[in-house]
Design a protein around this ligand. Structure first.
Ligand code: ATP
Ligand code: MG
Length: 223
């Protein structure tokens, strides 16, 4: 029997949720849950960036940010913390993370790199960004106030070349592609939470209580 090379072997899909998580909040958690539900992901790995290349150093140490992720996801069996970027020297490049996950999985599962629209809009500045699709699908979630850069023709072309037309292709198509998913709009950002804390305000109801307690206990992100 001949095998169609364009059809993927039926294996579970794992979501890869990278971020600085300084701190993790309900925007991240809800996004991961909605994508897992909509796309039938078997698992979502939260992978805190130890040393993100595209921004100022986070306010909180990588170990503390990972600790907050662990607290935030503890009650969800679908969510896992993955510390691999903390164990690596130098910048935390997503391409290296995907490659190491890909090698580890040995074809037993396939990857979906999850990101918000603001992150996708800046993807052409990422290290080896065009190679990301060698190791994973890219799933882009809507985010309030994030606009797709209509004037970035390189990104437009990339999207046009790789866009998937239905979510089932994530499971069935062997070639990796890009899927855009509308999610519940939650205008929450870690920047706003840090600002509230700096101002001496309580950002409760924007992030899990366990995370807020950790921040207070360790006197993080305060003025
Ligand atoms: P900061 O304000 O410090 O940049 P952030 O809230 O954007 O923090 P990140 O750790 O930068 O959080 O984001 C990690 C990933 O989660 C990114 O892909 C980002 O687009 C996505 N994301 C974060 N918050 C939301 C949200 N409210 N809705 C949709 N996507 C989100
Ligand atoms: Mg951000």
């Amino acid at each position: 029997m001949s095998v169609n090379p364009t059809i993927a072997k039926p294996v579970p899909l794992i979501g890869v949720m990278g971020g600085t998580f300084d701190p993790i909040h309900f925007g991240h958690l809800r996004m991961a849950q909605e994508l897992a539900d909509a796309l039938k992901l078997a698992e979502v790995r939260f992978i805190p960036a130890a040393n993100p290349p595209h921004r100022d150093q986070p306010m909180t140490s990588a170990a503390q940010r990972a600790e907050m992720v662990a607290l935030a996801i503890a009650d969800n069996p679908l969510f896992k913390l993955d510390r691999r970027e903390l164990d690596r020297e130098g910048y935390s490049y997503t391409i290296d993370t995907l490659q190491s996950l890909h090698e580890e999985l040995q074809g037993k599962a396939r990857l979906c790199l999850l990101m918000g629209l603001d992150a996708f809009a800046g993807i052409t500045s990422w290290h080896r960004w065009q190679d990301l699709l060698q190791f994973a699908h890219i799933v882009v979630a809507s985010r309030p106030n994030a606009a797709f850069l209509a004037d970035c023709s390189t990104l437009h072309q990339f999207l046009q070349d790789h866009i998937l037309t239905n979510a089932q292709q994530l499971h069935e198509q062997s070639r990796y592609g890009i899927w855009m998913q509308e999610i519940t709009a939650l205008d929450i950002s870690a920047t706003k939470i840090r600002y509230q804390l700096e101002q001496g305000l309580m950002p409760r109801y924007l992030l899990p209580n366990e995370v807020l307690s950790y921040i207070q206990q360790h006197k993080l992100l305060a003025e």
